[in-house]
Design a protein around this ligand. Structure first.
Ligand SMILES: Cc1ncc(COP(=O)(O)O)c(C=O)c1O
Length: 399
């Protein structure tokens, strides 16, 4: 376009170059590909008829409110419902501390807006959720990766990062992490909170998958552990109702809450009133608990199918932790196998996985792939793993 070369973009856009892996994954979007690469919930579980009824009801009975501007904090009855659910999970809050957001992704962005100046540090698990890294990069922050194992951040590494890097906040996904599917142990949760409190660093707890536990015993969220640490909690209906609703929430202490509200006002005034009212209407009449039970059983079965498929001899030298919930399984490849090379070999067999390197903050991690089991029918999971096994065996032979 004429004059495009003269456009003077903000320097922060330099840090948000398109991810190389995202570009590669576009190749995996053709219809004949069996994809374990996505991260989507199963669409057959969206309560579409109930959502349609809720929208119709709201438009018939409260069109003025549903189609009008609303307050930035969100629709009162929805905030009340969320506050009660949070309280039932041990998080001591009321509606005045609940801010409705456009998905939890907006919560990550708002937290970054409120806390990060260019050059500031934010500490994250290594690996972590790709779009959080992108959000922090967008504020020209330095993302400091804290070494983690299957029980969460390593306390010594965290302490060192807190002392030497002085992060503005910690970003963690303690339950069924994306990409690893693993959760923080109770001891690691407590250690993280006591270290965060000792260093006066707030914690952003992102919990989109916590309701999707299909085995094992529930652990309290960080925000429910009653520590001296400041915890800002992020929740969402994306994985329990439907991501297209774009409704998430933040629970924050008053001082941070006020700043989040001002930032959200500048970003988008408020979350879509119609969607908020429809969600509130739905939750009033809908068997949410029953729906969650269905989701858990459904995803648990798909995860089981994946674990069965991974028993094939081709995967003998690979390693993984058994997920207790969520949508993902994280594979450590046999020594010498490269994630991108495996991706290419799998793609040649019309199977897509995500090369693990995309979830790390720094280069040099080439030995992992992420598999998704939520959005693939069991028979397709079996076939995809059969082909992935072939790709892996070929990679091992030629390594
Ligand atoms: C860890 C994590 N946080 C946040 C999000 C964004 O979810 P939402 O649809 O609520 O914006 C995702 C989506 O996959 C995620 O995996």
């Amino acid at each position: 376009m004429n004059g495009a070369s003269r456009l003077r973009f903000a320097s922060r856009m330099d840090a948000v170059a398109p991810s190389a892996v995202r570009e590669i994954l576009k190749a995996a979007e053709q219809p004949d590909i069996l994809s374990l690469a996505g991260g989507l919930p199963a669409p057959e579980l969206f309560p579409a008829a109930e959502i349609a009824r809720a929208y119709a009801d709201v438009l018939a009975h409260e069109p003025g409110g549903a189609l009008q501007y609303g307050v930035t904090e969100g629709f009162g009855p929805l905030r009340e419902w969320i506050a009660q659910r949070m309280t039932s999970q041990g998080i001591d809050t009321d509606a005045s501390r609940v801010l409705i957001t456009h998905g939890s992704q907006q919560g990550i962005d708002l937290m970054a807006r409120v806390f990060l100046d260019a050059g500031d540090c934010v500490a994250v698990e290594n690996p972590t959720y790709l779009a959080a890294i992108q959000a922090f990069n967008g504020f020209q922050a330095k993302v400091c990766a804290v070494e983690s194992d299957d029980d969460g951040m390593l306390p010594d590494a965290l302490e060192e990062a807190l002392r030497t890097r002085r992060p503005k906040f910690l970003y963690v996904i303690p339950e069924f992490q994306n990409p690893k599917g693993t959760s923080f142990s109770l001891e690691r949760r407590r250690r993280l909170l006591s270290l965060a409190a000792a260093h006066g660093v707030p914690v952003l707890e992102d919990n989109p998958y916590g309701e999707l536990r299909f085995r094992g015993t529930s652990l309290p969220p960080l925000a429910a552990l009653g520590s001296d640490a400041t915890v800002v909690y992020l929740g969402t209906f994306s994985k329990t109702l439907a991501p297209g609703l774009r409704i998430g929430w933040m629970v924050a202490p008053p001082e941070i809450y006020r700043k989040l509200v001002i930032s959200k006002q500048a970003a988008d005034l408020h979350t879509a009133t119609l969607a908020q009212r429809a969600a509130a209407n739905l939750l009033e009449r809908f068997d949410y608990e029953g729906h969650l039970k269905t989701l858990r059983a459904f995803y648990g079965e798909r995860c089981e199918t994946m674990l069965e498929g991974l028993k094939a001899p081709a995967f003998k030298a690979a390693r993984w932790a058994t997920p207790e919930g969520g949508l993902f399984l994280w594979i450590r490849l046999p020594p010498g196998l490269d994630d991108l090379a495996l991706f290419q070999r799998a793609l040649a067999r019309k199977v897509a996985v995500v090369p693990g390197r995309s979830f790390f903050c720094e280069p040099g991690h080439h030995g992992f792939v992420r598999l998704n089991f939520s959005n693939v029918a069991p028979a397709k999971i079996q076939e995809a793993l059969r082909r992935l096994g072939e790709a892996m065996a070929e990679g091992i032979r030629e390594a």
